[in-house]
Design a binder for this molecule. Structure first.
Ligand code: PNS
Length: 161
């Protein structure tokens, strides 16, 4: 039986922490669908098109990884993908409450859904899209924490380089 998981998130932008999780996820899963949330209620730095394009470029040409956008309920997107497995990364205790809440809500919405959590690689423990955005807005460097082309795009957005 082929094991496909959906790895959902805002990916605003995709970071090396996300990529590390995808790489390690592929050690236990056959296929990963990176699902970029459209969520018009949330203010994003990058448009959905940009977030999908960056994620696609970052994952590269791997037949086991695809990138798609989704709107509405995650459990409905899972059905569309013919899977009941969700993949999420867990950093320190900070993430736990939010992730626990989401996993339980998703399971309430669809009893079959199971969320698999993988610990974030220690190198990326403190990296989140939000902190990346904050640092760039304030003029700091995020080199080495996101793919180089993402770093370039972030700098360009703020008229640097
Ligand atoms: O990267 P993020 O912002 O932590 O990702 C959150 C995301 C997109 C996974 C979550 O907001 C989501 O699943 N949104 C879709 C709407 C939904 O299904 N909500 C119910 C689950 S709590």
């Amino acid at each position: 039986m082929e094991r496909t998981a959906v790895y959902p998130g805002s990916f605003d932008p995709i970071t090396n922490g996300h990529l590390d999780l995808i790489r390690r996820g592929l050690n236990v899963l056959d296929r990963i669908i990176v699902a970029v949330a459209i969520n018009p209620a949330k203010k994003h730095m990058f448009s959905i098109e940009e977030r999908v394009e960056m994620a696609k470029m970052a994952v590269g040409d791997n037949p086991r990884v695809t990138v798609e956008s989704f709107d509405g309920l995650l459990v409905d997107f899972l059905k569309k993908c013919n899977t009941h497995i969700l993949l999420r990364g867990l950093r320190a205790v900070l993430d736990f409450e939010y992730e626990f809440q989401m996993a339980l809500m998703n399971r309430r919405l669809d009893r079959k859904v199971e969320t698999i959590f993988m610990m974030t690689g220690y190198k990326w423990f403190y990296v989140s899209s939000r902190i990346i955005r904050d640092v760039v807005v304030a003029g700091g460097s995020v080199e080495g924490l996101v793919p180089d082309f993402v770093n370039k795009k972030l700098q360009e957005r703020f008229g640097r380089k």
